[in-house]
Design a protein around this ligand. Structure first.
Ligand SMILES: Nc1nc(=O)c2c([nH]1)NC[C@@H]1CN(c3ccc(C(=O)N[C@@H](CCC(=O)O)C(=O)O)cc3)C=[N+]21
Length: 300
């Protein structure tokens, strides 16, 4: 391996320390304890683990955590009623409804119901628009985490060629907006893109967010490029024993690490940053709700 490893886990830990300092200042100077409500419908085991990690880290940085675990057969009306109740609760500054929701619930209706002032995922149209024109507010957690890792590694991103693979509302599209704000030349590739390998060979920055295990090969990477792997795919690992699995990204890591200048691992790369940025967004919304300027240096 020739690439240096981008340690998202360590970076996220540092970020959580900075968040904790802001939380204690909000508390000491303004009597505010930022509160994050996490709602999970159903009992998908991966979601359960992820939600309990979030709650644990929320408490560790000194914020209040409100966890709502609803049964799989919860009606859409009941879920929307809970969201409205959280909208009205002054102790709650951030609301996250774990996606995906069960099939009988319309995720767009859920997002529409969340008060944009408490939308720490940055899923609501109002906040997506704010990111686009550069107004203060929450920023999509995973793209924000990717951007922080890129800035830490590269300093200025101005003029660099960035290719994002994947055009989801969750990652690809907001990532494009953030990189554009950094003066990158941004290309968003997707399933209909012609000759992805040739496109990627021009990229100084690759952000892989397609959800297809190890799809991006080493010989598609420009030598020295910075590779951010957003994919978290669980695949069978018979070499570890009967029925065992392991996590891999969207990039064939071992191959890409021979060519890239720097690369994020999976796990331990983007994932931990997503959670830390969720907490950072909760500090932002708690500040704005109380008429305070959100800390600019937290995610700078
Ligand atoms: N409303 C909403 N907001 C989300 O932000 C959201 C969501 N719904 N639904 C699910 C996805 C997924 N997601 C992850 C965040 C961190 C890790 C993470 O920390 N992963 C560890 C590995 C964890 C493991 O071992 O399974 C890592 O990459 O090192 C994973 C997945 C947030 N999501």
């Amino acid at each position: 391996m020739t690439a240096s490893l981008i340690d998202g886990k360590a970076f996220a830990e540092g970020l959580r320390h900075r968040i904790a300092e802001h939380v204690s200042r909000l508390n000491a100077e303004h009597g505010i304890t930022p509160g994050l409500a996490v709602v999970i419908v159903g009992s998908d085991p991966a979601s359960q683990v992820y939600v309990s990690n979030k709650s644990k880290q929320t408490v560790e940085v000194g914020m209040a955590s409100f966890k709502h675990e609803l049964p799989e057969d919860t009606s859409e009306a009941d879920l929307l009623a809970l969201v409205r109740q959280l909208n009205a609760d002054p102790a709650v500054h951030g609301i996250l409804v774990q996606m995906p929701v069960p099939k009988h619930i319309d995720p767009d209706k859920v997002i529409e119901t969340i008060d944009p002032a408490k939308d720490v995922d940055c899923f609501t149209p109002a906040n997506v628009g704010k990111v686009q024109i550069g107004l203060p507010g929450p920023v999509s957690c995973t793209p924000l985490g990717c951007l922080m890792l890129l800035r830490d590694r590269l300093g200025s991103l101005s003029g660099l060629n960035a290719v994002i693979v994947g055009r989801s509302n969750l990652v690809g599209k907001p990532m494009a907006q953030l990189l554009l704000r950094e003066n990158c030349t941004v290309t968003v590739a997707h399933s209909r893109t012609r000759d992805l390998p040739a496109l990627l060979r021009q990229a100084d920055i690759v952000v892989a967010a397609v959800g297809r295990p190890e799809m991006i090969r080493g010989d598609w990477i420009k030598p020295g490029a910075t590779v951010i792997d957003v994919g978290i795919n669980r695949i069978p690992a018979p070499e570890r024993g009967e029925g065992k699995t392991r996590l891999v990204g969207d990039v064939a890591f071992a191959e890409a690490a021979e060519v890239a200048g720097a690369i994020t691992p999976v796990p331990g790369g983007v994932g931990p940053m997503t959670i830390a940025c969720l907490l950072a967004n909760t500090v932002t919304t708690a500040s704005l709700i109380n008429g305070l300027t959100p800390p600019g240096d937290l995610t700078a």
